[in-house]
Design a protein around this ligand. Sequence first.
Ligand SMILES: N[C@@H](CCC(=O)N[C@@H](CS)C(=O)NCC(=O)O)C(=O)O
Length: 207
Amino acid sequence: MMKLYTFDLAPNARRLQLFLDYKGIELETQQIDLGALEQHGEEYAAFNPLRTIPALELEDGTLLTEVIAQVAFLESQYPEKPLLGSTDIERAQVLNWDHLLMISGFAAVRDIFRNSVKGFKDRASTGALPLSQIPDLAARGKLQLHDFWPMVDKRLGNSPWLAGDNFTYADIDLYCMVEFSGWVKEGIPDECANLKAWHERTSAKLA
Ligand SMILES: N[C@@H](CCC(=O)N[C@@H](CS)C(=O)NCC(=O)O)C(=O)O
């Protein structure tokens, strides 16, 4: 049986959980308490040397550490209520927008968070390497985020959902990014009306 190792409060765990909830998939699950640094414990570090969650262990023992791969695998096993597009072009658009938002918007919020929150001193990145915080990276993250919001707002003025005409996994990742941006008090700016309207539609969809 597949098994999921996760920690419900974490932003990347949320990305996968909202996908699972939308599809109605239930997995055997074990919580790894990041608050108690359980990811660095001997047992979990041996199991997943990256020391991250969520981690999905497949039936044959394969370990998937990246959410996009976990989602791709689960989508292939549970094709109903498709979230990765139903045509080749739709699928490419989902990956296009998802990748863009993860490496720009989500990464900017992560940089702000990990380089400014005191509890992450010397843990500016995940994993075993003790990386110190760099305040300039938090400041840079804010600039990147201020550039990201209007770009996405424009897209959502031309398209009902991020990847096109249908609600997809890219919307779930954007939704999680918006939640995460609230953690650093850098939520959607008031002037981004399209993004705000999209956020309401998405909240209703995921409720
Ligand atoms: N590589 C994963 C992200 C995994 C990740 O960064 N997870 C965070 C939780 S949001 C984590 O495990 N943090 C552990 C730590 O901070 O030590 C992906 O992009 O799909």
